[in-house]
Every structure is written in structure tokens, then in C-alpha cells.
Design a binder for this molecule. Structure first.
Ligand code: RIB
Ligand code: CA
Length: 317
């Protein structure tokens, strides 16, 4: 059993990651979910998380976190995720309670209360995580590793060089990459290979309640991806959860990776020291390849499982 905390900015791919984690609680003990300003404003991404968890009738503690980056202004992504941040499906309004509006102390408490090591699954800008590590250094020894969606060694998506999560808050990313905590980086090198096709999305839409909701959301995200040149839909954040569930479907390499906090062209660039003579500590396991078929099958099977839960009663496998 892995004890995990999910930090996210739902966001369509965040939502698919949360759904898949929720469907696999026999392997993943979700200690809590925290939200951070990113894809949309904090209030919007938090409402999206509440709607999603309410839809599942989940009982997972939820805390909202930082509205924006440590020192820069938030740059949201409505063009990708819509004005609401999770457009494509109208959730029934349900009051899902916030355990806290301070994600940093919430994360600290959940980590220190857990008797075992905790894994952080980070899927948005790293502002909450950076503050956690800086303000409460005593949690370091309780964090087994941070598996994060962010960065990329070959290209960006926000700029030519920078991936969105890192670009939004490069100072926070730098703190996390320099923390010394073992990191697994699901950057664009792998997440843009972790795609779902239109046919696979359509297959969701004639199944049970959860699959239909996921299918409607992914249909929106698929259509919005076309403006960026995608012919299939990259499920960036789902790579974090898929790696935690089935690491064997991924391949990667340990590199020494750093983050540029410069302004201008290199803001948010993640770069590796790939020199044979490179002597710096190889602090990051960078995911590079994924078995796409198994990745998508894991997702579709997880949705089908949630369909049965909702029609009957949800029991851990
Ligand atoms: O670059 C992709 C990342 O930015 C994903 O986490 C997506 O949800 C957006 O936050
Ligand atoms: Ca995200």
C-alpha cells in the first residue's frame, strides 16, 4: 500500500488522475487532496475538485492552497481547460466540505500523522509543495518521494522551452528540485506519448455513469488539444498515478536536473546534465517512455470499476 497526497489544479488531466487513484484504493491510500492555482484560479480549481469528489461521494480530506506562485503572477490556462477549468461536464452542485484552506499545514499534518512514509503526487505548479518543504523541513524525512508531472528535457508547451507547471512557478520548482527528496519527473518527454485517442474516448461515453462523465470531460479536452496541434489527447497528470500503480509500464533515466528561474526565454526550463563526465548527483528519475496501450487500459478499467461501484456499493478490490 502506498500512502499518497495529491496536489493538483483540476484541470481535465488532473481529474482523470484523481479518478484513477480513487479506483485503485486497494493499492493507493489517498491521505488527502490539495489544490493550487494553476490551470485556473484557486477558487475554480478547488470548486472542480469539490464537484468531482462530490460526484464520487468520496470521503477524502480536501484542502485548498496557494492562489498563485511564490513571487510571480498566476498565468492560468483557460484555452486548454475552459473558463471553469474543467469544462465539458455539468456537475450537480454538491457541498463537498473543505477540511482546510491552508494546504501547507494540512499536508504537514497528514504527513506527520501517517505512521509510514508518504509519497507526494504533484500535478500542478509546485507552490504548495515548495512552501511545505521550506516552512516545515521536518517533513522531509517522512516523504518517500515526490512523483511530479512537470518539465521536459526536449521541449516545452507553455513556451518553446518550458512546461506549464514549471513555467507558472519556477521558483517553487527550483526549491523542490533542490530539496534532496527523491523525485520522479513525468515531463512532456513521456506525457505527450501517454495519449488517449478519440475512439478510446468515445468508448467511455456509452458505458456507466463515471465513464460517461470522464468521456464528456475528455471529449472537451481532446477538442481543445487540437489548437495546440495534438491529434490525440495527452493525459499528462495521469502519468503520475499510473507510475505509482504500474511503474513497469514506464522507462526512464536518472539525471541531474535543474530549473531555470531566469526571466525571458529560459524561464521554467528544466535541463539535465547529460555529460558523461557529469559528476552532480542524479537527483531525478526522468520518465521517457510508456507502454501506451497498458496506460490507457489501466485508465479505462479504472473507470469501469468506478461504474460498478456507483451502480452497486464501492468496495475495495
Ligand atoms: O503541462 C501540463 C500540465 O499543466 C498538466 O498538469 C495540466 O493539468 C496543466 O496543469
Ligand atoms: Ca495539472
Amino acid at each position: 500500500m502506498k500512502h499518497i497526497l495529491i496536489d493538483c489544479d483540476p484541470g481535465h488531466d488532473d481529474a482523470m488522475a484523481i479518478l484513477t487513484a480513487y479506483a485503485n484504493q486497494d493499492k493507493l491510500n489517498i491521505l488527502g487532496i490539495t489544490t493550487v492555482g494553476g490551470n485556473q484560479t484557486l477558487s475554480k480549481v478547488t470548486k472542480n475538485a469539490q464537484n468531482l469528489l462530490g460526484f464520487l461521494n468520496a470521503k477524502i480530506p480536501l484542502a485548498s492552497g496557494q492562489e498563485g506562485p511564490l513571487i510571480r503572477k498566476l498565468q492560468a490556462a483557460p484555452e486548454a481547460h475552459g473558463e471553469g477549468g474543467l469544462d465539458g461536464y455539468s456537475f450537480e452542485e454538491k457541498e463537498y466540505p473543505l477540511t482546510s484552506r491552508n494546504a501547507v499545514t494540512f499536508l504537514r499534518d497528514r504527513i506527520l500523522q501517517c505512521e509510514e512514509q508518504v509519497t507526494i503526487a504533484a500535478m500542478g505548479p509546485l507552490t504548495n509543495i515548495a512552501l511545505l518543504l521550506k516552512v516545515f523541513p521536518k517533513v522531509h524525512s517522512k516523504i518517500e518521494r515526490i512523483v511530479l508531472m512537470g518539465g521536459g528535457l526536449s521541449h516545452g508547451n507553455c513556451t518553446e522551452l518550458a512546461e506549464f507547471n514549471i513555467y507558472v512557478d519556477p521558483e517553487a520548482a527550483k526549491i523542490v528540485f533542490q530539496s534532496g527528496i527523491p523525485l520522479v519527473m513525468a515531463g512532456l518527454d513521456v506525457t505527450e506519448k501517454a495519449v488517449i485517442t478519440e475512439v478510446e474516448i468515445e468508448s467511455l461515453r456509452n458505458k456507466g455513469r463515471v465513464s460517461r462523465m470522464a468521456g464528456d470531460l475528455m471529449k472537451f479536452y481532446y477538442e481543445s488539444g487540437k489548437q495546440f496541434g495534438f491529434t490525440d489527447s495527452p493525459m499528462h497528470d495521469l502519468c503520475v498515478i499510473a507510475y505509482l500503480l504500474e511503474p513497469e509500464i514506464f522507462q526512464g533515466t536518472y539525471w541531474h536536473v535543474e530549473v531555470s528561474t531566469e526571466n525571458g526565454k529560459t524561464r521554467g526550463l528544466t535541463y539535465a546534465d547529460c555529460r558523461l563526465s557529469g559528476s552532480q548527483e542524479k537527483n531525478v528519475f526522468v520518465l521517457e517512455e510508456v507502454n501506451r496501450q497498458r496506460f490507457v487500459q489501466l485508465f479505462l478499467q479504472s473507470m469501469e470499476y468506478l461504474d460498478t461501484c456507483h451502480e452497486n456499493t464501492c468496495v475495495n478490490k
